[in-house]
Design a protein around this ligand. Sequence first.
Ligand code: SF4
Ligand code: SF4
Length: 304
Amino acid sequence: MITLIKLSSLIIFVMLNKFTSDYVVLCISISSFSQLKSMKIVRNLELHIIHSCNLHCESCAHYSNQYHQGLVTLGEAAQWFEQWQGRVQPISFSLLGGEPTLHPQLAEFVPLVKKYFPHSKLRLVTNGFFLERHPDLPRFLRSYPRAELHISIHHDSPEYVSHLQPQLDLVFQWQQEYEISIKILNSQKYWTRRYYGVGSQMEPFADNQPRQSWENCPAKHCLQLFQGQLWKCPPLAYLQLQAKKYSLSEYWQPYLNYTPLSSNCTEPELHEFLGREDESYCAMCPSEPQIFSLPNPIENISVK
Ligand code: SF4
Ligand code: SF4
């Protein structure tokens, strides 16, 4: 639910993320609001800047556990932002992957988002393992008044924690020095299965209850900007990568037929797209949350 509060010179949007219990707040001046009111407000727009990941979390919603390669360049991102700037106003803009710290130009995405979506809250979501490669990152984050660095923890074994500890120490040093906002997310605690198997053996759920799948979906507010188009969620967007790399079974075909929204859409088309809740595609997801204990994803490190 989005709540709108109007004060004398400010308009405040308040949104509750029911999965993390976080409140997301967007404050904008009345004068900015008049420029923004023609845009469609979206809760969360995500840019997955790289397809590879150093971890292999079973049932990763972005399929980044399945050995994909490739990244989004700053030039591509700027072009996509240009196409959607002025049409959608994300309350929250998320940079993630794959593992975003594997992108050599990660830090430069921060000012790029600030340039095109200055009213959004920026979330950079990372597993944290390669933060030391980005010494400019805290300086850029500090310059973005509403930026947050989210460190997502994917296992609680001593081995995992000892690998991550030097990066956590660095993050807390950045927090002291640059006063940036840090959140530690215990992602493994809420881990759910999104599909069965991996690679060519991967199969969708067949519960055939799309409404219930959507209602229980942790990704239903994770609108993706991918290849310059808007996609409903990560499992539909990056299924394209899976199909290019693996020989997927016929059961995926209906979901591979999903059509994203292009930036040359009309305003009514944009309005209709953003208003969709469950669609037939949601049938590929579980109708009830499938909680399981995530095996240690560090045991399978393959990308360095
Ligand atoms: S850390 Fe895990 S969940 Fe996140 S992108 Fe990598 S494989 Fe997926
Ligand atoms: S297809 Fe529907 S239920 Fe599945 S992840 Fe996307 S929004 Fe959620």
